[in-house]
Ligand binder design. Structure first.
Ligand code: SF4
Length: 86
């Protein structure tokens, strides 16, 4: 299963204010949701109310995307070390 990949991205969509800095930083994984004016985590798994997750072996620019988010609603966990990177 995907969950044995190294990184876990957690996106709290309800906190998103639609600044789209994440989309600019990492367009492969983030896109604009025209219906809600919030970001969508591409192929994110819906895990509870307004929470989406995605497992990746390569971070690509997702750390930059999370760091650029003005409301800090993107979190990344290194599942190998258990460290919350952001
Ligand atoms: S940067 Fe944060 S607030 Fe802006 S669209 Fe992305 S997730 Fe939403």
């Amino acid at each position: 299963m995907d969950s044995n990949k190294r990184y876990k991205i957690i996106y709290k969509k309800n906190e998103c204010i639609g600044a789209f800095a994440c989309v600019a930083a990492e367009p492969k994984h983030w896109e604009e949701d025209g219906d809600s004016d919030k970001a969508d985590l591409v192929e994110g798994i819906h895990e509870g109310e307004e929470v989406y997750i995605k497992y990746l072996d390569e971070l690509d620019n997702n750390l930059e995307a999370a760091q650029s988010c003005p409301v800090n609603c993107i979190h990344i966990i290194d599942q190998e070390t258990g460290e919350e990177l952001i």
